[in-house]
Ligand binder design. Structure first.
Ligand code: FEO
Ligand code: CA
Ligand code: CA
Ligand code: CA
Length: 648
């Protein structure tokens, strides 16, 4: 969800994630008694310790490793490019700016046909909107999390496997570094930008809004020097009206069925994402509450609905006025809202697959997911729930993922869901969320009810309320980075949140003490406020991607200081005191989010989300400045001019 609040957007988008819905009374970080000064000393020790515990010696000894031929000069070759200065980043914000060693190409703006010739293109003309039917065959809006699944020429969409990158199955020369499926989330687009009306006047208006939300699976290929959309049987749009399957412990719960008996349809507010080791795409449903409303003035949220922030007006989309599924007060659809707030698995190589909502991963405002394969083959998945005073989660599969798949099961259906408790001494505990916990068995009838009310369950076990957990990503030594975007409501500082209020956010780094074990270490990776007054200032960390070489890419979402727009900065995590280096500067009003790579790490993809906040008076991106065209979300293809690894 955007942090920017223009008058136009204020109608449709509140900033509700900045306000807690956590009524548990769990001791927030702000209440943890801690002496900031002594904690500071502990932290310094911990950070130095990190060089030996979190980070392998070879990372420090071979700084150029993986940097490719484009490795920068000087003492820091891992992140060797010359960072964009504030002056260079603020010259012209009608188009993106990249560091001088880099270049970019605009790909798949909102309205691009999902395949060449599939439908007409929408080009941002405010006088000619797509129809819902056209929009269902076009790239959606609100580009966010994404992943590139490489393919080789011998890939077959029927029973085929995604290519493992260059060199495998090389047939006539089309390899995964130039050819693959891009899965991309379409988080949101407000009514005025999409339909030209602040509120829907017809069901068609609602259907258009619904059609631009969801996910795109699109085939792309580098032809010559430019990437293009190409045809593929696997290409498809997944929208608010696409049939869905449920799996896992809550799948057959009556709490996911409505009296009217309607089939499960759709995914919405698809924010961050993550790939699985077995080659599928996970898309995360975040602010799903905002698309629901109530036509009955007497409707009141129950405890569960209140915890997820449902209100009678929602975010102002007005879908409930014409589509009964989204009317919280319609008794025929009383459980429709329970069908959202999940992580959804999509097969990028099979255009006929029904996406699966994996209930074992819990129901929260899922920002993103990062999966790590443990040494015994099980997986651990790390997930943030983005709201002020909400929590950090982990899921650990019961079986090794290869064994689960061999047994005809999903590794995402059978496992343990846990929530983080951060202790004052730099340790933490993963608290189980299951019916094995007496307090939870007392509260919920079964695991299905517990999962549907994941937030309430986490309240009960005493999870630590956090400063809006956004993305997670796994570092080169298995450490996990958590972006905590901000918490303007914080009143009292404490060990892990030394600033109150915390409008700039911070990044925490955790490391499980054993694979799948219940204890972890944590430390603050960086306080964004510590960069204020420097050339490399950044705030409001949101999107996060750690590459296997030790680089950490952070996309920001929030008003940046010094006249800057939202940006991508890069850290060398192998340094003792990592500092951000500015790689990309966005366009006016946008947010930079999502991050994907080709297998050789020489092509990266990042998204320009909500350029101009949808207002043509602010931005016409990707068209040149004309004060007319509606700005459109788009993907940027990022490469080094010398062909080196991105970030080097
Ligand atoms: Fe969709 Fe919390 O950002
Ligand atoms: Ca966003
Ligand atoms: Ca985000
Ligand atoms: Ca955000």
């Amino acid at each position: 969800m955007s942090e920017t609040k223009s008058p136009q957007r204020a109608v449709a988008f509140d900033d509700s994630e900045n306000y807690p819905s956590n009524r548990s009374g769990n001791r927030p970080f702000r209440d943890v008694l801690a002496a900031a000064a002594s904690r500071r000393a502990v932290l310094q020790g911990s950070l130095i310790g990190a060089a030996t515990t979190f980070l392998a010696p070879q990372a420090l000894g071979k700084p150029g490793q993986g940097a490719g031929k484009g490795a920068g000069k000087g003492k820091n070759a891992l992140v060797g490019f010359e960072p964009l200065s504030i002056a260079d980043a603020t010259v012209d914000q009608s188009m993106p700016t990249v560091a001088k060693e880099y270049e970019y190409q605009v790909l798949i703006p909102w309205g691009t046909p999902i395949e060449p010739g599939a439908t007409t293109e929408y080009d941002g003309d405010p006088n000619r909107r797509p129809t819902p039917a056209e929009a269902e065959l076009q790239i959606g809006i609100g580009h966010d999390g994404m992943h590139f699944f490489p393919m080789d020429d011998d890939y077959s969409p029927v029973g085929g496997k995604p290519g493992q990158g260059a060199g495998k199955g090389a047939g006539s020369g089309r390899l995964g570094n130039r050819y693959g499926m891009l899965c991309i989330n379409h988080e949101f687009g407000d009514n005025f930008q999409v339909t030209g009306k602040s509120f829907p006047e017809t069901l068609d208006d609602v259907r258009l809004s619904q059609a631009v939300h969801g996910v795109s699976v699109v085939a792309i290929e580098k032809k010559g020097w430019r990437w293009e959309v190409i045809a593929s049987p696997a290409s498809r749009r997944i929208t608010v009206n696409t049939p869905m399957a449920f799996s896992g412990p809550a799948a057959s719960s009556p709490l996911l069925q409505n009296p009217v008996g309607n089939v499960a349809l759709g995914t919405v507010n698809n924010c961050g994402s993550g790939p699985t080791p077995w080659g599928t795409y996970l898309t995360c449903e975040e602010n799903f509450n905002g698309y629901f409303g109530a036509t009955d003035a007497g409707w009141q949220p129950d405890e569960s609905q209140d915890r997820y922030g449902f209100t009678s007006g929602g975010f102002g989309y007005g879908w409930h006025l014409f589509d009964r599924r989204f009317d919280l007060s319609d008794p025929d659809y009383v459980n429709e809202a329970n069908r959202f707030g999940w992580i959804v698995e999509i097969d990028p190589m099979d255009g006929t697959q029904t996406p699966v909502k994996r209930t074992a991963l819990g129901r929260t405002k899922h920002e993103a997911i990062a999966i790590k394969e443990l040494r015994d083959g099980r997986i651990a998945a790390y997930m943030g729930d983005d709201q002020a005073d909400d929590y950090c989660y982990r899921y650990v599969s019961n079986k090794a993922w290869r064994q689960a798949i061999a047994d005809g099961e999903s590794p995402l259906d059978d496992g343990v869901l846990q929530v983080a408790k951060f202790n004052d001494d730099g340790t933490g505990d993963w608290l189980e969320l299951s019916m094995n916990v007496p307090a939870l068995a007392n509260r919920f009838a079964d695991m299905a009810e517990l999962l549907i009310n994941t937030r309430l369950a986490a309240d009960i076990v005493g999870a630590t309320p956090m400063d809006r957990p956004e993305w997670t990503t796994i570092g080169k030594e298995g450490e996990v980075y958590w972006t905590l975007t901000n918490n303007g409501g914080r009143q009292t500082p404490n060990a892990a949140n030394p600033q109150a209020p915390n409008p700039d956010g911070h990044i925490i780094r955790t490391k499980d003490l054993s694979d799948g074990g219940l204890s972890f270490e944590w430390e603050i990776f960086i306080l964004a406020s510590s960069t204020r007054g420097t050339e490399n200032v950044f705030t409001d960390p949101d999107a996060a991607y750690a590459d296997p070489f030790g680089r950490l890419f952070i996309g920001t979402d929030g008003g940046q200081p010094n006249g800057l727009q939202d940006q991508v900065v890069v850290f060398d995590t192998t340094e003792e005191n990592p500092q951000p280096k500015r790689l990309i500067m966005g366009v006016a009003g946008d947010e930079l989010t999502g991050w994907a790579y080709t297998p050789d790490f020489r092509t990266a993809f990042v998204n320009v989300q909500h350029p101009g906040d949808g207002n043509p008076a602010v931005s016409n991106f990707p068209r040149p400045r004309d004060n007319f065209s509606i700005p459109r979300d788009a993907t940027l293809v990022i490469t080094r001019r010398d062909g080196g690894v991105v970030g080097s």
